[in-house]
Design a protein. Sequence first.
Lengths: 146, 146, 146, 146, 146, 146, 146, 146, 146, 146, 146, 146
Amino acid sequence: MKILVVHGPNLNLLGQREPAVYGTTTLAEIDGALLKRSEELGVELSILQSNSEGAIIDFLHREAPSAQGIVINPGALTHYGLSLRDALAALAVPFVEVHLSNIYAREKWRHRSLTAPLARGQISGLGWRGYIMALEFLAEGRHDGK
Amino acid sequence: MKILVVHGPNLNLLGQREPAVYGTTTLAEIDGALLKRSEELGVELSILQSNSEGAIIDFLHREAPSAQGIVINPGALTHYGLSLRDALAALAVPFVEVHLSNIYAREKWRHRSLTAPLARGQISGLGWRGYIMALEFLAEGRHDGK
Amino acid sequence: MKILVVHGPNLNLLGQREPAVYGTTTLAEIDGALLKRSEELGVELSILQSNSEGAIIDFLHREAPSAQGIVINPGALTHYGLSLRDALAALAVPFVEVHLSNIYAREKWRHRSLTAPLARGQISGLGWRGYIMALEFLAEGRHDGK
Amino acid sequence: MKILVVHGPNLNLLGQREPAVYGTTTLAEIDGALLKRSEELGVELSILQSNSEGAIIDFLHREAPSAQGIVINPGALTHYGLSLRDALAALAVPFVEVHLSNIYAREKWRHRSLTAPLARGQISGLGWRGYIMALEFLAEGRHDGK
Amino acid sequence: MKILVVHGPNLNLLGQREPAVYGTTTLAEIDGALLKRSEELGVELSILQSNSEGAIIDFLHREAPSAQGIVINPGALTHYGLSLRDALAALAVPFVEVHLSNIYAREKWRHRSLTAPLARGQISGLGWRGYIMALEFLAEGRHDGK
Amino acid sequence: MKILVVHGPNLNLLGQREPAVYGTTTLAEIDGALLKRSEELGVELSILQSNSEGAIIDFLHREAPSAQGIVINPGALTHYGLSLRDALAALAVPFVEVHLSNIYAREKWRHRSLTAPLARGQISGLGWRGYIMALEFLAEGRHDGK
Amino acid sequence: MKILVVHGPNLNLLGQREPAVYGTTTLAEIDGALLKRSEELGVELSILQSNSEGAIIDFLHREAPSAQGIVINPGALTHYGLSLRDALAALAVPFVEVHLSNIYAREKWRHRSLTAPLARGQISGLGWRGYIMALEFLAEGRHDGK
Amino acid sequence: MKILVVHGPNLNLLGQREPAVYGTTTLAEIDGALLKRSEELGVELSILQSNSEGAIIDFLHREAPSAQGIVINPGALTHYGLSLRDALAALAVPFVEVHLSNIYAREKWRHRSLTAPLARGQISGLGWRGYIMALEFLAEGRHDGK
Amino acid sequence: MKILVVHGPNLNLLGQREPAVYGTTTLAEIDGALLKRSEELGVELSILQSNSEGAIIDFLHREAPSAQGIVINPGALTHYGLSLRDALAALAVPFVEVHLSNIYAREKWRHRSLTAPLARGQISGLGWRGYIMALEFLAEGRHDGK
Amino acid sequence: MKILVVHGPNLNLLGQREPAVYGTTTLAEIDGALLKRSEELGVELSILQSNSEGAIIDFLHREAPSAQGIVINPGALTHYGLSLRDALAALAVPFVEVHLSNIYAREKWRHRSLTAPLARGQISGLGWRGYIMALEFLAEGRHDGK
Amino acid sequence: MKILVVHGPNLNLLGQREPAVYGTTTLAEIDGALLKRSEELGVELSILQSNSEGAIIDFLHREAPSAQGIVINPGALTHYGLSLRDALAALAVPFVEVHLSNIYAREKWRHRSLTAPLARGQISGLGWRGYIMALEFLAEGRHDGK
Amino acid sequence: MKILVVHGPNLNLLGQREPAVYGTTTLAEIDGALLKRSEELGVELSILQSNSEGAIIDFLHREAPSAQGIVINPGALTHYGLSLRDALAALAVPFVEVHLSNIYAREKWRHRSLTAPLARGQISGLGWRGYIMALEFLAEGRHDGK
């Protein structure tokens, strides 16, 4: 079983900047925790961070056909990346959308997600634990959303 | 440590009706799973289901002062229950908002949550597992949301 | 055959107050007319008036499983009672929405009904006769809405 | 006593097309039922179907001065026919607006009626029975709307 | 010099109905006053009243090429008659829009005119005198709008 | 002379929580001040606090017919409690709406009051003194609002 | 009989600037034409041009009690001068609103007039002739608006 | 095989007026080109131009049952002709919507088409060639829109 | 202690006009009552009425530095006087906004106050008594708004 | 003569996925058909598919100066790619916008095209044939849009 | 060469109040710096500060005809002063709009400037230096905005 | 001291195209002027032009930590590039937003800047001089925005 993990724009800055909003955990630490948990679950991970919507779509086109699930934090693309949204719709692999901070407690424009209507579900505001929860949910392989 | 679990209007019908949207798990089964997990975590639970906003507020006023966290699925009150929102704001106990179905894949009026801006975070669309995740998150006692 | 009749908030004041808007017929007189007509039609009625959304939902949860139709005037809950709306959606018993006054000739916020999209139909502005028409329609048992 | 019956654009297609929305009853059958019921009630009917707003207004200008009530299903003119609306306002004959289907369960633009604020009342979604109900209401001659 | 006078839907009812809004002058009296004044000014008039947008457009297509001005009260078509608007734009004959009542003191939807942006000017609320003023303005033949 | 005092949802928490917004005065202290002032004015008070809209409406239906005025702080129901609004409209007893904090300096959704258009007046942001002012105004018995 | 003539902000520039929009007639020439016509009609005129809303209101307060009509071109105050609007409402002297250019053919914000709903009528786009027409209408003293 | 061609209001003026927007080709020339091409394709054409929505609907009701496709340029009815829209929905014959000019480069209200959501497709801005393209598409008889 | 009293545009007309809305008390009578009450409270008053926003701002700039409170009824400036709003923000003297009539029972545009978010509080609809209440509140010198 | 063909994000998936929406033709087949037709027309084609807005802009900057026309299907960039829009505006080469599916029969956000107002025209919903039609139109070299 | 400098309402308070927003520089100091720089540039300055829109318009009418540029900080009039906007449009002297603070980082209503669309350009948030930059730009006399 | 200069999409076309909007200065000339002025100021510049949002973000992530200021013209990304906005927010280096043309005199969608609320200030419409002004402001090193 293979699961993709996608970190959108600016998430490479994690831990170094704006710790009041995003915490002090770095992206490397999150990826480490995901890899450790995926080994326990017997799941193969393929991870990408990119600041370019085009590069994320290219990655999804290439990797998704052999994957059974996607954990994605699209960053600000959540709110305007219609091409990313169409890629997720076209590829039809079950995905869970994750946000480190509670997007509903922030600016109004962060409240609307273009990708959430296509997702199995969304986890918002639970920090890096949200990634692990999403991985566990998808690894369980019964994502009927109920 | 005590954690409150609140199920809003119509959640008592769970499992019996509209299984296409809400799954076949009953509310009793969800509560059973929560109690089992809370025992493992050494957490005391206090659970309420009510179809009346006033009754939920009364419960929160009475129970929240002795609790360290709240797992709440406000049902349709999520979208218009401003009194419930004010109660959660006044009591200032950390809470996680849970929705069984992915509210962002349903009617537009379900996309706006009045309580989410006050929550530590929100879990939507992951079924009964969302309740367990919320319980675990609050039991861990480090709800800085990062 | 059993049909439920639900009168929402403030309808108990009927006939005593605001006769210019709601007429001089009392709620007891309407209920009397409904009971008389239901006997003629060989239909059992179960009637509730309540000022509390929660109490109306409790009544519907308890009574609807054994009923074949609902005549409901949700009063002002028509316009903000999303929990009542969800209850009607979940219970899936055919219902007709009735308003004594023509809600489209009154304040703008009365023009939007949350429950009408789920109803078989809506009768507005025909006074107490609207209740009788709704009862007859549901009693006929062919509510294909055509 | 004379009552007018007006069927707006496309209602001549009734029964032949889109039976899933409008049922299988033809317009001739509805008119037949109306004529039969009007005889029982001792009421004279004058019936028009037209696809042209101008023709409907001409008919109303000519016939309404000698009529005591109007049963009207304006079809799509309900939502944009401001000239028809002004005619109904100017003629000031009591009228009941009828829709075969439940317009509140259909496209959003069908939810707003330009003529309903001027009507005694509106019956929506009860199929051809709605016409009969409207006729009976107007024939009773006490259209105080209460 | 020829000037067209167009009265839109329902204006044939003038004087007989709703005198509180539209006054007691009949359309025949207005036309009489216009003919009298046009004789004084040495202007030929061609007058139409119709309840049908299509008939008004046909009239304009036929008559406008030989006319030097149009006095038009489009009635309710003012607010939704986009085909009439396009006809006036295409024909490019100077016109003045007249309303008997002050449309800005009435319902909100009467405040927006589709044709006014194309007109030389608009006279609203000055009753039948507005027609005479428009005729005089156009007859003067210097409609630079200043 | 009898005057009703109604405190809406969450006002029982007053003084204990969120003192930065609502001050340190408790509800008991406000009620004490109101009772003391009402004795001086020779007015009988009937006081209710409830977190349930239905219970407040029941109280008003029962008490208002024998009262000459109402001092009401509807809490969050101010902004969505249409049933409460209809009760106040139906009962037609003069009332003054009071808010402890300045609702216009808070969240945007608190700026719109459903009940204020029906009130004699509104006092917002003057703390517990607002209740006393409202009582004095109503006790004077000349609530022509000028 | 006395009639007031009010020219709002920037109208003193008339004729000198932006002739493409406002024509080449100067304000002095318009006032001259108005005085000449008022003499013929046996009407006394009192004329003001001011760039200050406060000064216009002061003028109206002082002069309106002895006047029988007002011809006013409020300039840009038409669209935001709520104090001027309130003055016209309070003084209750019949007035006609005049605009030199067709405000409906210009920027969108010029389409909404705050004062038009209070006016007898509005003349827009007929240049300086609009002032004369308004004067004649008011001088006739039968401003029932029909 | 029979295909209908419908030209809406004002299209009879084509070629004579507003050539900057609509070109210099006349409607007769377009119809000539369509007839020539239809002969080559072995398709029978039935053509209508009308300025009246009602007449267009009558034509469609009469002709569409024996046709396999419709090429329609509804003119301004595109934007408000809900009765025409309902006729096209009811008749369910595949149609292609054609606009001579690029409606998206013109006024904002021309950007919204009521009929496009029901069409196989839309061609806008390609002049009279758009009619030919639509005819060829429908004549090919594989209008699955892919 | 010095308190400023500011009456905005048109308030000088008080008592003479529109008594149905504003009562029969004149501005002189209100000022008299304020002066009498201020003497009792040992407070110095400085009073201004002006129809000019600029003059009110000049007054506030000059007087506010030596004052401890402001009672202000900005009249229609409440709704568009952004310069007045900025003056009140800059001067930072506690103020209470007073409206004689209940602005929430009048036109919609009167519901939004630009200055209320900066005020200690707002009193609306309690007539001239509102001024006295505001004076008393400010004179008490504990304007923490609770 | 050289014409550019641009396929936006996700169009490389064509034929493999979502055939219900986009048909079974692959992008290679479309490009094959375009090349075949361009040979017949004596036109040179330069084709790009990219998932990156930046890469598409780079391509247009480089190729457009030597091209006489552009056939572009911007995919989801149609609705938010303002940089692409600016590139097309700056380069000023005539282009036709093509969409395989009827974007007006899909989600509302697909109805608004940022690039259509700059295009010669738009073809929507006619499948791969739309590309050929666009090519033929541009190759004819008389793109006056009439 | 003469350049006008206009400071709108409340700018006379500069330096004394709200230094956190507007800095500690006084208006006299800014004027001093402007005069010093204008001498270096060989430019004559005419400076006005006023809290009254009417006074600013009077100044512009009088001074602009002999000036070659205007540096203007309209204060809050930026957002509602349509008369000032019309004056600047009529006078057609090149002007640069200056704001001390970054108006886009403040309240939403400060983001919309009525005058910016008419300006050569706008400088916002650069403090008193913005005035100098605007002066230098206008003094250079090549204000083609490129 | 190091300052970054970022030119967004399409700015490489500067000088060659749309000179009516953007002037005839090329990007190389602007960069030349910036480098010359930076030498005089003793400031090191790092310059990027890119048509890809991702590439600009990568550049900022890499360069900003060693820079003291950013001069950025985000081109069309100003209006939809939320990822770029988040990068600027995260990096927290003072920046000035520059636009060559006056964006407030162009299309409405250009009036809203996503990045301006985060900037020290914005210079719009002053052509290439705006870049120099921004550089000088940042080089002065006192960017408190006052």
